[in-house]
Design a protein. Structure first.
Length: 360
């Protein structure tokens, strides 16, 4: 047990070091760095309330203002953000997973580089919702909804977890699971573009800025997506059938059978049904991505036949190694660390602009 805890602590420190001491990587730094620099502190009473009406969700704004008020440095804020993320992840994985280190490795592979670097508000909301999951099984509705409300203060899309309280821990009949799979695959491969018709209707009902944003997304080609077989599709199909085959046959460390398998089903649905629009896809699919981190470690323990365990281990290693390679192959993902020297904001911004104009 002591050795296991040492490994978990080492893994945690390495991830905090990697994420928390990064330079200007990926793309969202172009928004967050200038925003942080212009943000007031609690000592600047005159402009204190302005960011709450002009920028991001109030919980994220308040959290950032408090950090800046203590240490007014962008990279210290990034470090605190990453430190909190990894500590919450550690708590969640220790509560549900039989192999915390493997869960950390899978988290790194499934999109942590995107979530930690580009979805800083989303990941806070996601982790708060992970803390709320235990209240579904305990049937403590008020506590669950409090956490959902807290998550919406960091990203408003967290509101989708309100109805999930009533279904996430429920057994889905296998016939329904099969139906979901067939519908998702049909939408994906038959190029059924229903969002381009549905979104303008919904946006017009809401009116105002929502209608304008939808028009801009459609005009920019945000709904144009190429369909077909890809590595990601193949991986998700294989994982879906693993979930389908072992559905109800394994439990997480809390004894629950269905929450994380059901979360993967929602993840699969998001990638299939929302693939027309990458913005919606990223915002919603990552809410369910952590299901991988619990499902695979627990499944590996469940499988008793050594040859099958080896095959599954090879699948996990191959898939997630390839995912890391795909996520880090672009020039905007070039890593640097503040301890060893980083490129300036201006240089990385120029690289990002060149990439968007000539490659992306």
């Amino acid at each position: 047990m002591k050795e296991r805890n040492k490994l978990i602590n080492v893994a945690s420190v390495l991830l905090i070091f990697f994420f928390g001491l990064r330079g200007f990587i990926q793309s969202d730094f172009q928004n967050y760095y200038p925003w942080f620099e212009e943000l007031p502190t609690i000592w600047n009473v005159n402009n204190f309330f302005k960011p709450f009406t002009e920028s991001y969700e109030p919980g994220f704004v308040l959290f950032t203002i408090l950090c800046k008020s203590i240490i007014p440095n962008y990279f210290c804020w990034i470090f605190v953000c990453s430190l909190i993320d990894i500590l919450i992840l550690k708590k969640v994985f220790k509560e549900y997973s039989v192999n915390v280190c493997l869960s950390f490795a899978i988290y790194f592979a499934i999109g942590a580089i995107i979530m930690e670097f580009n979805l800083m508000r989303n990941i806070k909301a996601i982790l708060i919702l992970m803390l709320a999951l235990k209240y579904i099984r305990k049937r403590k509705m008020l506590k669950y909804f409090f956490y959902v409300y807290l998550a919406t203060l960091f990203h408003v899309t967290s509101i989708i977890f309100i109805p999930l309280y009533f279904v996430l821990d429920k057994k889905i009949p296998k016939l329904v699971l099969l139906g979901i799979f067939i519908i998702c695959i049909a939408v994906l491969f038959l190029n059924i573009k229903f969002l381009s018709s549905l979104l303008p209707t919904v946006a017009n009902l809401l009116g105002g800025e929502y209608a304008l944003m939808t028009e801009l997304y459609i005009a920019s080609g945000a709904l144009d997506t190429s369909y077909g077989v890809s590595f990601g599709v193949i991986e998700r199909v294989i994982t879906f059938f693993l979930v389908f085959h072992f559905y109800g046959k394994w439990t997480d460390l809390t004894g629950d059978k269905y929450i994380f398998p059901n979360m993967f089903v929602f993840y699969f649905m998001c990638f299939s049904l929302l693939s027309e629009m990458s913005v919606l896809l990223e915002r919603f699919a990552y809410f369910f991505a952590l299901s991988y981190c619990i499902f695979f470690p627990n499944l590996l323990k469940l499988i008793r036949i050594q040859s099958n365990k080896i095959l599954l281990s090879l699948f996990v290693f191959f898939v997630f190694t390839l995912k890391i390679a795909q996520q880090t192959k672009t020039i905007v993902c070039k890593y640097d660390n503040v301890l060893f020297g980083i490129e300036s904001f201006e240089n990385r911004l120029n690289v990002l602009k060149y990439y968007n104009a000539n490659v992306n």
